[in-house]
Design a protein around this ligand. Sequence first.
Ligand SMILES: Nc1ncnc2c1ncn2[C@@H]1O[C@H](COP(=O)(O)OP(=O)(O)OP(=O)(O)O)[C@@H](O)[C@H]1O
Ligand SMILES: [Mg+2]
Length: 391
Amino acid sequence: MAKLKKSRGSFPGQNAAPQTASNQPSKDNAGDLADLENIETAMEASHKSVVSRDKEIGETAERPSGPVGLDIGTSHIVMAQNAGRHINTVNQLNAFFTIPYSKFTKKILVENDISFYSKGDQFYILGYSAENFANMFNTNTRRTMEKGILSSHEDEGITVLQSIISSLLAKTEKQEVVCFSMPGVPVDGNASVVYHESIIKMYLASLGYRPISINEGLATIMSELADDNFTGIGISMGGGMCNVCLSYLSVPVLNFSVQKGGDYIDTMVGASVGEPATRIKMIKEGTLNLASTPQDRVETALDIYYVDLVSHLLNTLEHELKTTDKMPNINNALPIALSGGTVLPKGFKDLFEKGLRKVNLPVEISEVRIADDPLNTTAKGAMVMALSEEI
Ligand SMILES: Nc1ncnc2c1ncn2[C@@H]1O[C@H](COP(=O)(O)OP(=O)(O)OP(=O)(O)O)[C@@H](O)[C@H]1O
Ligand SMILES: [Mg+2]
């Protein structure tokens, strides 16, 4: 295949407006030219760096003027906005904690700017505030999502998730585009992503936004593979799952998810060495170096389950690529872009490349690349898509 020409001004996979001979806008193609301008802005945004921060306790929700990217992840919800030379992201913990209702406690919560709502005889404490409470009570926060989608075990999960989203995004009348991340259909579970998507879409619409979903693997591609004409494989390895998308010229050809991620590593290592998963998570996030020889049994088990996760992911990728009937005839070698918190430890790229040599993918891989800012990649990619979708 001929080398792809670098394109400015359009996502190569999208319908570019036919140019008039003089390249002057005609009445008929004025709308198409506006689309091209949006796409140009989106392409520029994909080259910008991210400035990220945590949502502060007591901070009110924003009312964005402009398109928004929203990563609705098992561990975190991240909102991205285009802001001059950078992309700004704000992240909120996707967790909650319940405490018994009392008028006195309510006064204290309000005075301390804690995000919460009350239902029945309980207060539901939201986001980062919930983590502080859980630490104080020496227990775990509860999650609204499990393995990448709405938890079926939490009756209040939907209301809590909606409240956490509204701690980032305020009600508006501006109908701004919000492009939110959606997992691919899991190959190893019977979970319904359709239900998850509909609930989130309805809620964002009720807040006054124009919601559009983007596959999480494709979001990685939109964020990281602009210089490759948005052609390659994007893999987001998060807390609850790994999302994979193969895209050709920004068009998703194949996507799927496996319902294993960082949480799986924490649980399996914890069960193997007899330690709580939360302690394993702290060690993993704090000091794990996959490039060095393990010093104790926790590090040994972390190494083992990292290899296990990557090998499960790559074996599934091999199987999906070999059995799909949608595979385009790609002769060029494809890059793989990796994002999500699970790719953060030192030595992860080498471990992944080692795993890659053990499988026999039906496409050639040119290189493996770790995203610039793995925890914010999905939100950034979703925002790039949102910019191109603006009216
Ligand atoms: N420095 C780190 N080293 C190793 N793992 C980390 C690090 N920081 C975060 N993680 C892990 O990354 C995971 C969270 O990643 P991320 O925020 O990308 O997930 P998510 O988008 O919320 O989840 P998902 O996409 O699966 O729904 C957790 O398992 C967390 O323990
Ligand atoms: Mg994610």
